[in-house]
Structure formats: structure tokens, C-alpha cells
Design a binder for this molecule. Structure first.
Ligand SMILES: [Zn+2]
Length: 72
């Protein structure tokens, strides 16, 4: 993907911090490699990013840094 689905802006690789939904809150994923629109900031998660999120969720049970964020 080279252009944004929404605004047709340029897409670039970026590393972001992502809040992934977990069973009882959210897990903070650091250095998530994604594609992001340089114009509107829309983030596109590819297969590798999805795997990275899944791995973070798997680790969440033993992680010390799990955030206790109430689910709204
Ligand atoms: Zn865009």
C-alpha cells in the first residue's frame, strides 16, 4: 500500500505506541512497526504488526507493566 485509503496521502513505515485491547483492560505495545499516512495520520496494521500485538497480549499475563485501564 503506497497511498492512504482515506486521503490519498503518502504512506510511510513508522514505529508507534499502540494500546491493544486485552481481556480485562489494555496492553501497551511499544515500538509497533506499522504503516502510517504522513498526511492524516491513519495507521494501517499489517500482518507483522498483528503478530506483534498478539505476542504482547500473550505476554500480558506475566507482564509487570500491564495497565489497569477500565473498559468503558
Ligand atoms: Zn491519510
Amino acid at each position: 500500500m503506497n497511498t492512504c485509503y482515506y486521503c490519498k496521502g503518502d504512506i510511510e513505515r513508522a514505529r508507534i505506541e499502540h494500546m491493544a485491547r486485552a481481556r480485562d483492560g489494555y496492553v501497551f505495545v511499544r515500538n509497533l512497526s506499522v504503516e502510517r499516512c504522513t498526511q492524516c495520520g491513519e495507521v494501517y496494521l499489517d500482518a507483522a504488526a498483528s503478530r506483534q500485538i498478539d505476542a504482547a497480549l500473550d505476554d500480558a499475563d506475566s507482564a509487570q507493566e500491564r495497565l489497569q485501564v477500565p473498559v468503558v
